[in-house]
Design a protein around this ligand. Structure first.
Ligand code: ZN
Length: 168
């Protein structure tokens, strides 16, 4: 009996049927970070988006149609679809990149990069790690921050439309 149950359990694992309770608890206990390989992202994303999101490329200023986007809605990560910015925090910075004074709470993480001679604060989608842009201290009130975002790393969803399901 015991041996039979063990075999059944092993077969379940082999078939990819892990007991639900265990699997659910494990993923919820950790965080919801995506663990996709770069190769997977490369097949899911157009090349310019992939280069910005996962190779920290910067799009040419003034090239994104999102610069002119002034409608009510949500800007989501172009890779994993996590909502990152609300349109109410977007403003015209004159830089040629979509700019925001605040991300949605808990959605981005930062680190210092030295790609240019001076240190800059890079920020990325906390969920998938995709690079979004850099944050500077010359933004408008109330935060004084300027989140300078690559348009190709974002997707705009008008308020009337349903947000897409998060990529898994
Ligand atoms: Zn993301």
């Amino acid at each position: 009996m015991k041996r039979y149950q063990t075999l059944k359990w092993l077969n379940g694992i082999a078939a990819g049927i892990v007991p639900d309770a265990t699997a659910g608890a494990a993923s919820a206990a950790a965080d919801d970070r995506l663990q996709k390989s770069l190769a997977e992202w490369a097949t899911l994303l157009p090349l310019p988006a992939y280069r910005v999101l996962f190779e920290e490329d910067t799009e040419r200023a003034g090239t994104s149609t999102l610069n002119q986007e002034k409608s009510d809605g949500t800007f989501i990560c172009a890779a994993c679809f996590q909502p990152l910015f609300d349109s109410s925090t977007k403003y015209e910075s004159g830089t040629g990149w979509p700019s925001f004074w605040q991300p949605l709470a808990g959605t981005v993480a930062t680190r210092t990069d030295f790609k240019l001679i001076y240190p800059r604060t890079e920020y990325h989608c906390r969920r998938c790690g995709g690079h979004q842009g850099h944050v500077f201290n010359d933004g408008p009130k109330p935060t004084g921050k300027r989140y300078c975002n690559n348009g190709v790393a974002l997707r705009f969803v008008p308020r009337a439309e349903q947000l897409p399901e998060l990529r898994t």
